[in-house]
Design a protein around this ligand. Structure first.
Ligand SMILES: NC(=O)c1ccc[n+]([C@@H]2O[C@H](COP(=O)([O-])OP(=O)(O)OC[C@H]3O[C@@H](n4cnc5c(N)ncnc54)[C@H](OP(=O)(O)O)[C@@H]3O)[C@@H](O)[C@H]2O)c1
Length: 264
């Protein structure tokens, strides 16, 4: 029986780096995203370099039926998913939540929350039955405190972190490891409005390769969560101190600096 690692959004950034990291370990891959040409290019490269099998599946996770279809595809083709990586995700363009486009908010809801929940349930159930498997859900350091100027994105990642931590405990007695990957600022296509402008001494932009390497190690060590870079971990700990309002104000400052926001 051939086993696979299913990665959503493996066409760029952290997902692409995770695909390489699993490929290095000899894992066969199913990669799922909207962009078939990019997936074909990744398939060609990874198969040639690491002698593994890579299956691309076109899936737009902003469609409510997409997670079930992805599961059905694997089931129908007898592809056993022993590692699930919920990586696909994106942020919104406007700064103030009240000015976001509602249709975009709903798309974010589907991709960042609904797809993560549904895929974790569908594949997690099968893993529980087999009494083994791994789930890596990509949250963010944005999950640790409210995020003024990235409100819905931060809330979506808080959902992913809380869900993953609870699943970690629920599934540990069934041999299934669940880990939340919480990267800080990482150098990917994520920043549609230009690279963050926070000075390096305050907040370093790390490479997706570093995040992926440390994430996969943490997954196989069955850690409950991982913040791949020490400086980012340290900043995330601030939310344990101070009142909720103080923490929200500090985050507002950081986000204003990151996005060069001026209040008119
Ligand atoms: N970069 C950071 O600083 C940072 C920090 C913390 C957490 N994260 C999280 O890390 C994850 C990966 O982001 P990234 O930084 O690597 O950004 P990225 O380079 O923009 O990658 C995003 C990936 O998500 C996929 N995706 C987006 N919308 C999708 C949809 N509707 N259906 C299926 N796949 C979709 C994209 O694939 P296609 O376009 O091919 O569909 C792409 O492969 C996200 O969950 C993000 O929230 C990033």
């Amino acid at each position: 029986m051939t086993e696979y690692t299913l990665i959503t959004g493996a066409t760029s950034g952290i997902g692409r780096a995770l695909a390489v990291e699993f490929a290095k370990r000899g894992n066969n891959l199913i990669i799922a995203s909207r962009n078939l040409p990019k997936m074909r290019a990744a398939q060609k490269e990874l198969q040639a370099k690491y002698s593994i099998k890579v299956i691309p599946v076109v899936s737009d996770l902003s469609q409510p039926t997409a997670p079930q279809k992805l599961y059905n595809y694997c089931h129908k083709n007898k592809l056993t998913v022993s590692v699930l990586v919920n990586n696909s995700g994106f942020g919104l363009k406007a700064n103030l939540q009240v000015e976001q486009d509602l249709a975009e908010c709903e798309r974010l809801f589907q991709v960042n929350l609904h797809a993560v929940l549904q895929l974790s349930m569908l594949f997690g159930r099968a893993m529980k039955k087999r009494r083994r498997g791994y789930i890596l859900n990509v949250a963010s350091t944005a999950a640790f405190q409210p995020m003024p100027y990235a409100a819905l994105y931060g809330a979506s990642k808080a959902f992913v972190l809380a869900l993953s931590e609870a699943l970690h405990i629920e599934l540990q007695d069934y041999g299934v490891g669940v880990t939340a990957l919480c990267p800080g600022l990482t150098d990917t296509n994520f920043f549609q409005n230009g690279k963050p402008t926070v000075p390096g001494w305050l907040y370093k932009l790390v490479t997706p390769e570093l995040a992926a390497r440390r994430a996969v190690k943490a997954l196989y060590q069955k850690k409950i969560y991982i913040i791949p870079y020490f400086q980012h971990w340290l900043i995330a700990q601030f939310s344990r101190f101070g009142t909720r309002k103080t923490i929200a104000r500090i985050m507002r400052r950081l986000e204003k600096m990151r996005k060069k926001i001026r209040i008119l």
